[in-house]
Design a protein around this ligand. Structure first.
Ligand code: HEC
Length: 146
């Protein structure tokens, strides 16, 4: 009997963790906030109402609400043709695509578009902590519930 209760409790805990994971991914948002220092020379995070979550550069698009959004679709940003083409072909930023892209933007676009001539205006490559940055961007996004 004791064992059954323990098993049930463990199952519940796992279900809760899986639920949180499906929303925020597997990363650590607090670690991702620190990691984002590598991005902010080119990317700001500014909410639709103008609230500056992270002051940053303008070389890249505003990353507010980027998760769940079609690639290459931030208004008024002049993207490279390949990223726009990928978005039009159906690329949406979720954990899998985001993690792959930030490790190697050009390589990712070449693979996604099946085009060895594809180019990226983002040449920066993140080597580690991709999941953490993803979790951070979710946590400061419009659907974070906070
Ligand atoms: C040196 C400047 C630079 C740095 C550093 C940089 N980026 Fe970018 N990023 C860009 C540019 C420019 C683009 C637009 C790419 C294009 O149009 O091909 C971009 C595009 C993106 C996109 C696609 C956005 C969209 O609207 O589809 C994501 C996601 C992204 N960057 C994430 C990151 C993250 C996360 C970091 C930090 C780990 C980072 N970038 C660091 C310049 C940069």
């Amino acid at each position: 009997m004791k064992l059954m209760i323990a098993t049930a409790a463990a199952t519940l805990t796992l279900a809760g963790a899986a639920f949180a994971e499906s929303h925020a991914g597997s990363g650590d948002a607090a670690a991702g906030e620190t990691e984002f220092n590598k991005c902010k020379s080119c990317h700001m995070i500014v909410a639709d109402d103008g609230t500056e979550i992270v002051k940053g550069g303008r070389t890249g698009p505003n990353l507010y609400g980027i998760i769940g959004r079609q690639a290459g679709s931030v208004e008024d940003f002049r993207y490279g043709d390949s990223l726009v083409a990928a978005g039009e072909a159906g690329l949406v930023w979720d954990e899998e695509t985001f993690v792959a892209y930030v490790q190697d933007p050009r390589g990712f676009l070449r693979e996604y578009l099946e085009d060895d001539g594809a180019r990226s205006k983002m040449s920066y490559r993140l080597r580690s902590g991709m999941e953490d940055v993803y979790a951070y961007l979710v946590s400061v996004g419009p659907d974070s519930g906070s």
